[in-house]
Design a protein around this ligand. Structure first.
Ligand SMILES: NC(=O)c1ccc[n+]([C@@H]2O[C@H](COP(=O)([O-])OP(=O)(O)OC[C@H]3O[C@@H](n4cnc5c(N)ncnc54)[C@H](O)[C@@H]3O)[C@@H](O)[C@H]2O)c1
Length: 461
């Protein structure tokens, strides 16, 4: 089947390459010509494990090409819309201008009876708005197929997804939805034959499934981070608490790891868009709930800065601070709404001399944050540090040797804001270690006073 994928970013490039690997002939279309050029050289324009190989396969078989020209989509039977839906600059709502722009550009090239299927994350009602754009083309099928891949494991998630969701006119069992269901079944035939669950529903449900899933994940992270604050106030240890909670199969341990919280190009903007939808639909409880989840998440960043300040005996100004991690999470170079860079900025604003290192995200980061010093080499970044902050839990940082790092820094103090280091091993090597919510057990004796002050502060709230 000939398929076009419109928008070749973190989602679209992976989707296009996955479809080609399933045997389809795919044209990826993007307005960014440098991205298109790189993709045509079978080089991922961003870091995503396994994507280069998948792009190379597509190039070798001749089934995958990229272009900026929408006319190349003319003979495709299915068009997947994968453009960005970022948060609007002026409100919580999603900016749908890229989606509308892409659909309008596609419109003159749509073959008779072609299917237009959205994959971007959108608020309820978006499909109806798109239908209006396509109003004069009653022959065109419309579907919504939300995407659940995660950056860092996107290739695996696309090749073996947890589920397929089809939003179709009229929903499950409706005659009006049968043609687009049949088209999507042909697209995903290998996955359906492999037994991947596939759910058919109406448009509003398909739009909400993605938003509700992200809202739930964000709730889980903020819940455990709220527990972390409680642990800090009481002397409990949130890592032990979450481990024990997660063993209950009704709860599960995924997304139940306390730390610096979530960021990236999806979760933060999606929960804000969800709030805006709830307000529009007059469901204030969801709006309030998501507001709390968002603020607990953002508070983690200020808490990390406060703990860093305590560790520096109240004064950040003039301190040499090294930050391990710039990406919003490991295994990606994406720095959109990165908690690590937010903390870096706050520390720099407080007068600290901040150096940030990251295995993959430095190039993206230094363009956006010229006021921060970036250093590609972990070793050079650590030299002379008075405080080290682990803010993105890349494997190579988790496995650092505390004794070797100890020979590079000026003071052996680390704030493990992702609660991933072996605190005992680091303390044995002479380090003062603090986490977020890890209570008294990881606080070295010399910091006992700061800890007690911290507890008093929380108790007084
Ligand atoms: N990144 C993820 O992990 C992920 C997962 C699931 C869903 N999503 C959703 O997928 C959508 C895309 O996210 P992303 O992370 O890939 O964003 P992205 O910014 O990486 O990619 C969007 C791409 O669309 C291109 N584009 C913009 N306007 C265009 C137009 N008119 N025509 C053609 N191309 C155009 C941009 O140049 C860019 O390459 C969002 O709605 C997001 O919420 C993302």
């Amino acid at each position: 089947m000939k398929i076009s994928v419109i928008g070749c970013g973190y989602l679209g490039a992976v989707h296009a390459a996955t479809l080609a690997s399933m045997g389809h002939t795919v044209v990826g279309i993007d307005v960014d010509s440098s991205k298109v050029e790189q993709l045509n050289k079978a080089m991922a324009p961003f870091h995503e494990p396994g994507l280069d190989e998948l792009l190379k396969d597509g190039r070798t078989t001749g089934r995958l090409v990229f272009t900026t020209d929408f006319a190349a989509a003319a003979d495709a039977q299915v068009h997947f819309l994968c453009v960005g839906t970022p948060q609007s600059k002026t409100s919580d709502t999603a900016d749908l201008s890229y989606l509308m722009g892409a659909t309008k550009s596609l419109l003159p090239h749509l073959a008779k009876g072609a299917a237009v299927v959205g994959k971007s994350t959108v608020p309820v009602g978006t499909v109806e708005t798109l239908r209006a754009v396509l109003a004069r083309r009653s022959d065109v099928l419309l579907g919504w197929n939300p995407e659940f891949l995660r950056q860092g494991t996107a290739v695996k998630d696309s090749l073996v997804p947890d589920r397929l969701v089809y939003g179709v006119p009229g929903g499950k069992g409706a005659a009006a939805g049968a043609p687009v269901t049949a088209v999507l079944d042909s697209v995903y035939e290998p996955l359906i034959c492999a037994g991947i669950p596939r759910l058919v529903c109406n448009f509003a449900t398909a739009e909400l499934i993605k938003s509700a899933s992200n809202a739930f994940l964000a709730t889980k992270v903020s819940f455990i981070n709220a527990m972390a604050e409680l642990c800090d106030a009481s002397g409990a240890d949130v890592s032990e608490l979450s481990e024990a909670m997660g063993l209950d199969p009704r709860i599960g341990n995924r997304y139940l790891h306390a730390g610096l919280g979530f960021g990236g190009g999806c979760l933060p903007k999606d929960i804000r868009s969800f709030r805006a939808q709830a307000r529009e639909l007059s469901v204030p409880s969801v709006d309030e709930w998501m507001g709390l989840v968002d603020s607990v998440n953002l508070d983690q960043r200020s808490r990390a800065v406060e703990v860093a300040r305590e560790m520096c005996r109240g004064f950040l100004s003039g301190r040499t601070v090294t930050i391990l991690g710039a990406a919003f999470k490991p295994d990606t170079d994406d720095i959109r709404d990165s908690p690590a860079l937010d903390v870096a900025q706050q520390l720099a604003a407080a007068g600290a001399h901040v150096t940030v290192t990251d295995p993959k995200a430095i190039n993206n980061a230094w363009i956006r944050y010229p006021q921060i010093r970036f250093e590609a080499s972990t070793k050079r970044a650590l030299e002379g540090a008075e405080l080290v902050l682990l803010l993105t839990e890349w494997d190579e940082y988790v496995s650092l040797s505390p004794s070797e790092v100890g020979t590079l820094v000026r003071r052996r103090m680390v704030l493990d804001a992702r609660n991933v280091l072996d605190a005992e091993a680091w303390r044995s090597a002479g380090w003062t270690v603090r986490g977020l919510g890890t209570g008294a057990s990881v606080v070295a004796a010399e910091n006992g006073e700061a800890k007690r002050a911290d507890r008093k502060k929380h108790a007084a709230r």
